[in-house]
Ligand binder design. Structure first.
Ligand SMILES: O=C(O)CCC(=O)C(=O)O
Ligand SMILES: [Fe+2]
Length: 201
């Protein structure tokens, strides 16, 4: 593991109203390649479903929900109970906790098959999450652009999430900023994203 980060994790990417730190690649190439393969193969990947104006939509993007206890995650009309940690998720949770000096008890996983899948602007302020708690995001596979948009001013901040990299959102970031993973025609390979979170018990 590298603890000599390629990016300055002390530099806040947001100009005001919250904190975002990009550590760059915290996992070496070989380990990141291996995690990517194993996570693709061993995690449970389900389609995301949504009801918008009474219409049922199933996204191509897949997701999973893991945790230290069977926490409930409410999505649209359905409730998902967290699955127990796999060996690799536990290892990555431990690594993320060590690097960020924070603790996490749950993880939302995302699988984007290519650039035709992404995530629209949102903030992660669900009421079950620890208020202003850190959310740590690990990326494996395709590098993707990631954007923040200030809710009031519309100001945007752009970063790129590399294979084996870590990004942390904390403080009032979820209150004042939304974030998204834009669609792109340039990416033709999959990306696995793990977002470690803290559910209030
Ligand atoms: O895929 C990503 O990098 C972001 C995912 C995300 O924002 C979320 O799961 O809330
Ligand atoms: Fe998010």
């Amino acid at each position: 593991m590298l603890f000599d980060f390629p990016h300055d994790p002390k530099k806040n990417l947001l100009p005001f109203d919250g904190e975002v730190y990009y550590y760059g690649k915290v996992i070496n190439q070989q380990d990141a390649d291996n995690y990517f393969k194993v996570l693709m193969e061993t995690l449970e990947w389900r389609n995301d479903e949504a009801y918008i104006f009474g219409k049922h939509y199933v996204t191509k993007r897949k997701y999973g929900w893991y945790g230290s206890r069977p926490y409930e995650y409410k999505y649209s009309n359905s409730i998902k109970k967290a699955l127990p940690w796999t060996k690799e998720l536990k290892e990555l949770k431990n690594l993320t906790e060590k690097v960020t000096s924070e603790s996490y008890n749950s993880c939302l996983t995302n699988l984007y098959h290519d650039g035709s899948e992404g995530m629209a602007y949102h903030s992660d302020g669900e009421k079950d999450l620890k208020p202003n708690g850190a959310i740590a995001s690990l990326t494996f596979g395709a590098e993707r652009k990631f954007l923040f948009k200030h809710i009031e001013s519309g100001e945007t901040v752009t970063t790129f999430l590399e294979h084996g990299s870590l990004l942390v959102m904390k403080g009032t970031c979820q209150t004042y900023w939304k974030h998204r993973l834009p669609l792109t025609k340039k990416v033709h390979s999959p990306r696995v994203n793990l977002t470690f979170r803290t559910i209030v018990e």
